[in-house]
Design a protein around this ligand. Structure first.
Ligand code: ADP
Ligand code: MG
Length: 211
């Protein structure tokens, strides 16, 4: 079953030996986007390998330079499930802490379609194409990790505002000056590229992007 198709390739739900998996097919990418798509998939494979065994992250089932296979996680994307239970956000905070402890920053958490609500109500994360995977934890790492967290808190504000703690509200109200800098430079450039060249920024099942 086709889940998504764009310039960067196709995302399909498939079944092999009666195991459901998600296939990202790079060969379906347009020729001019192929190098970019392949690098992104390689980055995703690297991130998933480092996160092996983390509950709420798809298992890496294969990567051969052309197709990436991820374990299927049953549930719905955030914009459909609209998680209003505070426990979702508690678990999501724990999940982010685990990512960051392993030296991974997701970097694309403003997008609701990258957050899943599993059938038991717990969170899961997909789409590590632009993740930070190199593990060095300097200033930039901390800055980006904080942005991951802020994006989660924005979703919490949307669906579960009453459960925001005073500290979380303060964090939402006072973006770090360096994060403003990042927004003004790198991220805007990324979005411009994503939108203009790949046209892929906003076509995922109408999920909102909070930034
Ligand atoms: N492991 C998975 N289990 C269940 N659904 C998934 C999984 N991986 C991706 N999806 C679904 O497919 C959509 C697109 O996958 P994603 O990795 O976000 O691709 P893209 O980089 O093109 O956005 C996701 O928003 C999600 O709804
Ligand atoms: Mg996505």
């Amino acid at each position: 079953m086709l889940l998504k198709a764009d310039e960067l390739g196709r995302i399909e739900l498939i079944e092999r030996d009666s195991v459901r998996m998600i296939r990202r097919d790079i060969r379906a990418a347009r020729w001019w986007a192929r190098v970019f798509a392949q690098r992104a998939a390689a980055r995703e494979a690297r991130a998933l390998a480092k996160l092996h065994g983390v509950d709420g992250v798809p298992a890496l089932l294969g990567w051969n330079g052309r197709e990436l296979l991820r374990g299927y996680i049953a549930g719905q994307p955030m914009q459909q499930a609209q998680p209003r239970d505070p426990s979702y956000y508690r678990d999501a905070l724990r999940l982010l802490a685990q990512l960051h402890r392993r030296g991974i920053v997701h970097n694309d958490l403003a997008k609701e379609p990258n957050w899943l609500v599993r059938t038991d109500g717990r969170p899961a994360l997909v789409d590590f194409q632009i993740a930070w995977t190199r593990g060095r934890r300097g200033r930039l790492f901390r800055l980006l990790a904080r942005e991951d967290l802020r994006h989660l808190l924005k979703h919490k504000r949307t669906y579960c505002m009453h459960a925001l703690t005073a500290r979380q509200q303060a964090m939402l109200q006072t973006p770090a000056p360096h994060s403003r800098l990042w927004r003004a430079t790198g991220k805007r450039l990324y979005k411009l590229i994503a939108r203009r060249i790949f046209g892929y920024w906003d076509n995922e099942g109408k999920g909102r992007v909070r930034d």
